[in-house]
Design a protein around this ligand. Sequence first.
Ligand code: SF4
Length: 368
Amino acid sequence: MFETVLNSVDRDRLRSAIYDATAADVARVLQKQHCTPEDFPVLISPAAAGFLETMAARSRQLTTLRFGKTVRLYAPLYISNECVNACAYCGFNIHNVTTRTTLGLEEIISEAAVLHRQGFRHLLLVSGEHRGCVPVTFIAEIARQLRETFAGLSIEVYPMEQNEYALLVESGITGIAVYQETYDRERYARLHHGPKADFSYRLATPERAARAGLRELGIGALLGLSDHRIDLALVALHAAYLMKTCWQARISVSFPRIRKAAGNFTPAETVTDRQLAQAVFALRLVLPDSELVISTRESRTFRNGMAGLGITRMSAGSRTNPGGYSIAEDALEQFAVDDRRSAAEVAAMLDRKGLEPVWKDFDRFFLA
Ligand code: SF4
């Protein structure tokens, strides 16, 4: 289990590998033909910030080599903003007094139809963590209804047991996204209350999902909750571990930065655009086959700039409230979207950059 690996990390050594790295260390790593996950602390270090252009060029080259000039597009579909947890930084926090909504099956199908007309064939079904309002059987029913029209159906809901994931696989769910938020246990304990406070259970979720047959595993940290460089180094370690042990699945890494949400949470640090770009390039250099994802939390300028430089998957035209595409455009958002362009506008931007927007890259036929 990854927890054993995580527990064996000497945090002081990791901190020193990052913060004591010199320009000479960075230059030495960048001279290597193939970087490895062990090189990540140097590549994410403050010293490596002066090598951003070199890292971007290497990252672009590797991305083109492994993925071609393509960017996969997906859309989040929020099915509920009910949540039993009290995460200090989130608009769906149980203590945030507001109107809560869980869409019914017909409403979800109607939201999905809007996204299908926009061209999407990969959806991420998102909800707060509330088993009562969004039971596993309900998610399974949604999947059965959508599986014929969508090639990829991932979920970002609550961590489940292996047998529950197995039911979802059978029903048509293809992947999960489960972010550890921060790999700093103490900070995690301070920020999370409710079932999500169980750090170990959440950490082992991708492994349970892989054993059940899910073929896309998305991980990440919410950058700004803790020291972002240390969190990213542990995300890289986690991704490398999953690529080895869950090799049947595709591993993706997301880079969410904390954004303003209901509750006015103040982050531990603000991650700048340059720091985020460095994180993407560093990950690409050490894990060339990983899928790197960026959402509409980020600005259009940043997203335009990063397309083709390491990012291989983007959301587009997103609404982060249940019913946001066609039913209740003003319902409570989980976080503020920055890039508000339509899916067609994002696709046109990729096209102008010589990149191919990919709406569908898989068919269930291949599983038969
Ligand atoms: S981050 Fe997730 S679990 Fe926490 S309050 Fe928000 S929706 Fe709920």
